[in-house]
Each structure stands twice: as structure tokens, then as C-alpha cells.
Design a binder for this molecule. Structure first.
Ligand code: BES
Ligand code: ZN
Ligand code: ZN
Length: 506
């Protein structure tokens, strides 16, 4: 898709389809209690208004949210009026959803579209409004169709934003547009990894594809640890998950260092669960629950997308990204329940359920990340089914050891309109993760509070009181069709924008 900004516009830049907005106003009819709705289109040009008002049925159009009205100008241009509802009620998230909806309506019919940006600007914030609109369109402009014999690309390939604003504002607005596209492109790269089939995206191919994707990005260094290196690192927990696999475990270690580093430059470590498939291992998942477990690497894709965006934006923050990749499969070497395994940090873990494998991989990765002495560690994982029970399947669970970090991330989630909610880690949950035969066990004594108990387990592997937050994305990671800019089925790409917002301010 080609996006162009056209400031100081006197005319529409397209004579095929022009998109304008209208707002709705509720007015009290004289002498009656009943309220009636009227269209507000004071921001339209004289000519546009005249053409519109000339059409008799136009009087019935109220500008209610998501309502549309189409008419034609004398020169043949089609004008689509999109209702945004009451102006003061419209949020940036509404703009994201509306623009995604509009994109999907137009994508198969029109080659180019001109959007009258000023009518879609809310709260007098041109940058934020453009950001939300472009996010909505570019995230809706995503299809995982690489496995079909024939692809049908969207007809729509050119979008121009016309604005009457002075040309002097172009540089700033252009940067907003460019930066937004870097983030959404990174989200779509992550979505592709999550959606890829597990017989194609093995741990080894995943690692290779990540390196290929990030290659040539300024300030980025890469390293991959395979089985031999993980043995040297004494990552017993990570290796135990991989024992039943035909493929090597891969720890992908990426570092982004900004051009200028001062003593104030923060260093944030991101850690991601990269289970390319989770059968459950010997504690085998029932058939129905196993389907879609290709998405068990969404945590790693989420932190990779955020890392990629930060590096490509050249932000002033040092970021380390640790991706723990393997499948959880069964063969004659697979770890059996009752096994006792030693972690990288020396703690022993009794593995009572091989399906609670994500925390084992993350544990060694968190310990490894701690040794880099970052200012904070944030991990992201499809860790527990329990998070769907406690928070619903649209909310990301956040847990951690540092309220300030948690609050900062919750704020970033709010800024980016992503749902995130904190769950507690109480002393009793820590106690429940203690084993009678080892330092820890990998599941609690009851299924209650499963997400928090998993987090309690993880907290044992964060060294030196480094501020740490754990994001459980098992619910929000896929099938978020309630957002118009997310596919109904498949990777959502949510939480990346939260992380980028956080890293921008770190
Ligand atoms: N990958 C799953 C978690 C999951 C479940 C993600 C459903 C998305 C949807 C994880 O490895 C797992 O199996 N967790 C177990 C833990 C249990 C054995 C303590 C679970 O949630 O059932
Ligand atoms: Zn599992
Ligand atoms: Zn898993």
C-alpha cells in the first residue's frame, strides 16, 4: 500500500473515490421531548455540501457511527460519507476500528482512495488521529494467504490523505505516518510467524527466519544458541522441554544498541516463549485442546515485533530480545512426569506436568537475561489457559515483582487502547510452588490461580531484584475479531503497541 500526505489540499487528490466524514448531533425537537438526529458536516467544502444537499434522500442520513452514504459529484467522483457518531464521543480506538472497517469495505472495489483527513481528526490532534487511522488500515490490510494456490491481492493500493492544513506541518505528520507504518509492518511480520504451520516453522526455521528478517538493521547484533551451547549454559529446564523433540532448541539473542549511548540510556530485556508447537508432552493435551498450539510461540513473536520496531525506529533505548524456541513433543527421550531437573540458576524443579512447559523455557531464559544486568525484564508468553478463565479471552494478564514497572506498562496499554489487567502474586502462591522433593515444582497443588502461580514460579529465576513484568497473552494473542483491525481467526498482533509505547518512554 502506498500512503501519501497531501497538505494544503484545495481539491481532492482522487477522482475515483473520496472518503469524507460526518458527525451526528442529537437535538431536541421544538416543543417535543423526543430527540432527533442531524448530520454535522460543517467541515465540508461548499461544493460538496451543495451536491449532497441536492439529493433528496441525503436528508435522512444522520452520521450515526458506522453508517454510510454514497453519492456522486458532477465529474463522476464517488463520495463515500462515513458516520462517526457524536464528535465528542469518538476515541482513537474508534478511529482505528472505523478505518479498518472502511478499508475492508473498499479494498476489493477501488484502486485508490482519497481520505479527507481533517474530518477524521479528533480532539484537535492531527498526529494521533493520523496514527490511529493508519494503524487501523495497515493492520486490517493483512492476510495470511501464502499457502493458497492463488492469492487475490487487495485492489486498493493507494491511499492519499488530503488536508487543508499548512504545508509547513508536513514533516511532522510525515514522520508520524512513517513511524506508524514501521510498527504495523513489524506487527504483521510477527503475525506471519504465529500463523505459520508447525510442520513448516520448526524451532530451527523460526530462528533462521528471524535472523533473515532483522539482517541489516542498524545497531542490531544477533546470536543463536543451539543444543550444545544451551548445555554449556546449563539450561537444564529449557533442554528438558526439548528432550522429546526431533529439532534443536534455539535461543535467539538479539541486541539493539542506539547510536548514542549515555549513562542515562536504559537497557530493557524482552523475553518470549517460543513454543512452535505444544502437544503437552507425556501429559498430552486432548485432541481438541491441541489444535492451534502452533500459536504457542506468540509470546516470542510479540517481543520480536516490538524489538524490530524499536530498532527500525532507531529509538534511544538499548533492547535485548531473548527468544526461547522449541516444540514440546513426545518421543522415547521426552521428559516424563516426576522428573527432577536442574535449572540454569541451580534450583531443582520437579516436573509434575510436562504441559506446563512454557515456564520451564522462560525460567532459564529469565536467568540468562538477568546476567545481562538490564534495568528491567519483560516477558511475554501464551503461558496459561487459566488467564482466559480469570480475565476473559480479550485481556492480557500482567504480573510481576515491581509495582512501578507494572503501573508503567498498564499506562502504556491504556495509551494504546490495549486491554491489560494485573493479577496478584501472593505468598501463598509462592508456597504452593514448593516441592517436597525439589526446590520447586512446575504446577501448583490446585488449578485455582493458575496464571499467578505460574508467575510465582517464574519470579524465582529473576536475579538481583531486577524489575520484572510477566505478560500472559494466552487469551489476547489470537482471534481478536472484536477489533476490526484484527483477524477473526489467527494472530492478533496485540500488545506490541503497548511494548513500543513503553520502550519509547524508557
Ligand atoms: N500453551 C499452554 C497454555 C495455553 C492454553 C495457551 C490454552 C493458549 C490456550 C501451556 O503450555 C499449558 O499447557 N498450560 C497448562 C498449565 C497447566 C498444566 C498447569 C494449562 O494452562 O492448562
Ligand atoms: Zn503446555
Ligand atoms: Zn505451552
Amino acid at each position: 500500500m502506498k500512503y501519501t500526505l497531501n497538505l494544503g489540499a484545495k481539491e481532492f487528490s482522487s477522482d475515483t473515490l473520496v472518503l469524507v466524514s460526518a458527525f451526528e448531533k442529537t437535538v431536541e425537537a421544538k416543543g417535543k421531548k423526543k430527540e432527533s438526529k442531524a448530520i454535522v458536516n460543517t467541515h465540508w467544502s461548499k461544493e460538496l455540501k451543495a451536491s449532497f444537499e441536492n439529493i433528496k434522500t441525503a436528508a435522512d442520513f444522520t452520521g450515526a457511527a458506522t453508517s454510510t452514504y454514497t453519492f456522486h459529484l458532477e465529474n463522476g467522483t464517488t463520495v463515500l460519507v462515513y458516520g462517526l457518531g457524536e464528535k465528542k464521543e469518538v476515541t482513537f480506538e474508534d478511529l482505528r476500528n472505523h478505518s479498518a472497517t472502511i478499508f475492508k469495505q473498499l479494498a476489493t472495489t477501488y484502486k485508490e482512495v482519497a481520505i479527507q483527513l481533517d474530518g477524521f481528526t479528533i480532539k484537535n490532534k492531527a498526529d494521533e488521529s493520523l496514527n490511529a487511522i493508519v494503524e487501523g488500515i495497515s493492520l486490517a490490510d493483512y492476510k495470511f494467504d501464502r499457502h493458497f494456490k492463488t492469492q487475490t491481492p487487495a485492489k486498493l493500493t493507494e491511499i492519499t490523505f488530503d488536508s487543508a492544513a499548512k504545508k509547513t506541518g508536513l514533516k511532522k505528520l510525515q514522520k508520524t505516518l512513517d513511524d506508524t507504518l514501521v510498527v504495523t509492518e513489524s506487527i504483521n511480520v510477527g503475525r506471519n510467524f504465529v500463523n505459520e504451520a508447525p510442520n513448516i516453522l520448526r524451532s530451527t526455521t523460526y530462528a533462521k527466519e528471524v535472523l533473515k528478517d532483522i539482517k541489516g538493521t542498524k545497531g542490531v547484533k544477533t546470536k543463536v544458541l543451539g543444543r550444545a551451547e544451551l548445555k554449556k549454559e546449563k539450561m537444564g529446564l529449557f533442554l528438558s522441554v526439548n528432550d522429546g523433540s526431533a529439532y534443536e532448541p534455539q535461543l535467539v539473542h538479539l541486541t539493539y544498541t542506539p547510536t548514542k549511548v549515555t549513562k542515562n540510556t536504559k537497557h530493557i530485556a524482552l523475553v518470549g516463549k517460543g513454543l512452535v508447537f505444544d502437544t503437552g508432552g507425556y501429559s498430552l493435551k486432548p485432541g481438541g485442546s491441541m489444535v492451534n498450539m502452533k500459536f504457542d510461540m506468540a509470546g516470542s513473536a510479540t517481543v520480536y515485533s516490538a524489538f524490530r520496531a524499536v530498532a527500525k525506529l532507531g529509538l534511544d533505548v538499548k533492547v535485548t530480545c531473548i527468544l526461547g524456541m522449541t516444540d514440546n513433543a513426545v518421543n522415547e527421550h521426552a521428559t516424563m512426569p516426576d522428573a527432577i531437573v536442574k535449572a540454569r540458576n541451580g534450583l531443582s524443579v520437579e516436573i509434575l506436568n510436562t504441559d506446563a512447559e512454557g515456564r520451564l523455557v522462560l525460567a532459564d531464559c529469565l536467568d540468562y537475561a538477568s546476567d545481562l544486568k538490564p534495568d528491567a525484564i519483560i516477558d511475554s508468553a501464551t503461558l496459561t489457559g487459566a488467564v482466559l478463565v480469570s480475565l476473559g479471552n480479550q485481556v492480557c494478564g500482567i504480573m510481576g515483582n515491581n509495582q512501578k514497572l507494572t503501573d508503567t506498562l498498564l499506562k502504556s496499554a491504556k495509551n494504546t487502547d490495549e486491554y491489560m489487567w494485573q493479577l496478584p502474586i501472593i505468598k501463598e502462591f509462592h508456597d504452593d510452588m514448593k516441592s517436597p522433593v525439589a526446590d520447586l515444582k512446575n504446577i501448583g497443588g490446585s488449578r485455582f490461580g493458575g496464571s499467578s502461580k505460574a508467575a510465582a514460579f517464574l519470579s524465582n529465576f529473576v536475579k538481583n531484584d531486577i524489575p520484572w513484568a510477566h505478560l500472559d497473552i494466552a487469551g489476547i494473542g489470537d482471534s481478536q475479531g472484536h477489533k476490526s483491525y484484527c483477524p477473526t481467526k489467527g494472530a492478533s498482533g496485540l500488545i506490541v503497541r503497548t511494548l513500543v509505547d513503553y520502550l519509547k518512554k524508557a
